[in-house]
Design a protein around this ligand. Structure first.
Ligand code: GDP
Ligand code: IMO
Ligand code: MG
Length: 423
């Protein structure tokens, strides 16, 4: 009987998928509110291990409805591939709905993404190359096509003609091969055939859930440090992963959110370019990557690893209005004799900042101020309650909570559904 936003509190890949899979066991509906198939939300449960890209992480619970919300950009081709993969593993996708108003990632958007990244040269963003930036750019430029357009072929054809006039010129300028309108249209008609029944105006459904006081989970993608407005611009995604934007992307009134759970790893990781103050370039970083298996769920890229960033969590907690933290991957730290936590950034002037996030050019120049904690050097993966945790692990995560100024709501000690508990 509440509306809970689940958001990434760092640079993405915090373990949002596993938290949502766990919470969805009691949710009536899960709504993805932004992003596209740049997401890779890993869920490990009785159905196996699945990296979800567009399908909300409530799909494993047969009584939960799953909505890809208006704030998302949807690549129908990759959605269909994902649904096929789920069906092959025995997961029923009958409860999956797509908002008519969600934007479509068109076949030319990934082409543009690759060409634009190439043109950026050494200043590339390190995107997932899924066409996310170009799709959101077209949305803002009002030349995007929406998923609901598939239901109106005459309108779709006019919109496509219109879009291609600029798109093909852009592709040519950037040195690519223009796309053929007829071919794209034929492909879109295939998508209509395969997805048509799931493309609905989700507003009445969402409104009914809210009015009947259902349990609603709002699933975010990525994390605050890559938010279009509040992240390390321009090394960000093209949408807003912060909770403030969740009701808008889901089609809910702003004041409806009851809880905001910030998902946070017990250390830091990032994929893609841009400043990352606590990044480790030594054996400790390598150890985090290997024990944590820190490789991108979408692109397979090795993730950059570092110690927990207290400045970033304080910023994330404030911006999101977090009511609770879900701390993941605590077990990865089982193997460390000493664990560091960044509590401030030293600016080139010598001043230390703790409660503001410096802007991107400054962030490149800060050095993290660390405090060091003793590790617990014992396994936490079997722990199923706060009291099961080693004393030193409790002290450590209490410190993370103190830096965030937010209480701990959940702790995860392994990727499996049951390796998690409420606090
Ligand atoms: P998301 O994008 O935020 O959903 O996170 P990802 O799925 O991209 O990355 C998180 C990775 O950590 C996945 O491989 C998960 O299976 C794994 N994972 C999640 N929670 C835990 C945990 O508590 N312990 C361990 N060892 N792995 C975890
Ligand atoms: P989940 O939801 C981690 C990063 C890319 C790049 C920047 C922009 O699994 O946490 P984009 O393709 O969105 O234009 O890339 O954002 N990025 C992610 N990093 N997890 C993700 O999703 C990401 N989605 C995008 O690496 O730096
Ligand atoms: Mg991920």
């Amino acid at each position: 009987m509440s509306v809970t936003a689940i958001v990434g509190a760092q640079w993405g890949d915090e373990g949002k998928g596993r938290i949502i899979d766990y919470l969805a066991q009691r949710a009536d509906v899960v709504i993805r509110f932004q992003g596209g198939d740049n997401a890779g939300h890993t869920v490990v449960n009785e159905f196996g291990r699945h990296a979800l890209h567009l399908v909300p992480s409530g799909i494993f619970n047969p009584s939960t409805q799953n909505i890809i919300g208006t704030g998302c950009v949807v690549n129908p081709q990759s959605l269909l591939a994902e649904m096929e993969g789920l069906a092959a593993a025995g997961i029923n996708c009958d409860n999956l709905w797509i908002s008519t108003r969600a934007q479509m990632v068109m076949p030319y958007h990934p082409i543009l993404d690759v060409l634009e990244e190439k043109a950026r040269g050494k200043d590339s963003i390190g995107t997932t190359k899924r066409g996310i930036g170009p799709a959101y750019s077209d949305k803002s430029a009002r030349s995007g096509l929406r998923i609901g357009d598939l239901l109106h072929p005459d309108w779709l054809e006019i919109r496509l003609d219109n879009a291609l006039r600029t798109v093909n010129r852009k592709i040519e300028i950037l040195g690519g091969e223009p796309v053929e309108g007829q071919e794209v249209f034929a492909l879109l008609m295939e998508f209509r055939e395969k997805l048509g029944d799931r493309i609905v105006d989700t507003t009445p459904m969402v409104r009914r859930f809210l009015e009947t006081r259902a349990d609603i989970l709002l699933e975010g993608q990525l994390g605050v440090m890559r938010d279009l407005d509040w992240g390390i611009y321009p090394y960000v995604t093209s949408s807003n992963p912060t909770a403030t934007f969740a009701p808008s992307g889901a089609g809910l009134p702003a004041r409806c959110i009851d809880e905001v759970i910030g998902v946070v790893k017990a250390y830091s990781t990032a994929v893609g370019d841009g400043p990352f103050p606590t990044e480790l370039f030594d054996d400790e970083g390598e150890k985090l990557r290997e024990i944590g298996q820190e490789y991108g769920a979408t692109t397979g890229r090795p993730r950059r690893c570092g110690w927990f960033d207290g400045v970033a969590i304080s910023y994330a907690a404030w911006l999101n209005g977090m009511t609770g933290l879900a701390i993941t991957k605590l077990d990865v730290l089982d193997h460390f004799e000493h664990i560091k936590v960044c509590t401030g950034y030293r600016l080139p002037s010598g001043e230390i900042v703790t409660d503001t996030m410096p802007d991107t050019p400054i962030l490149y120049e800060v050095s993290p101020v660390y405090e060091s904690w003793d590790g617990w050097l014992s396994s936490t993966s079997h722990c199923r309650s706060w009291d099961d945790l080693p004393e030193q692990a409790r002290v450590y995560i209490q410190r993370l909570s103190e830096l965030a100024g937010v209480p701990i709501a959940y702790v995860s000690v392994g990727a499996e559904r049951e390796q998690m508990f409420a606090v």
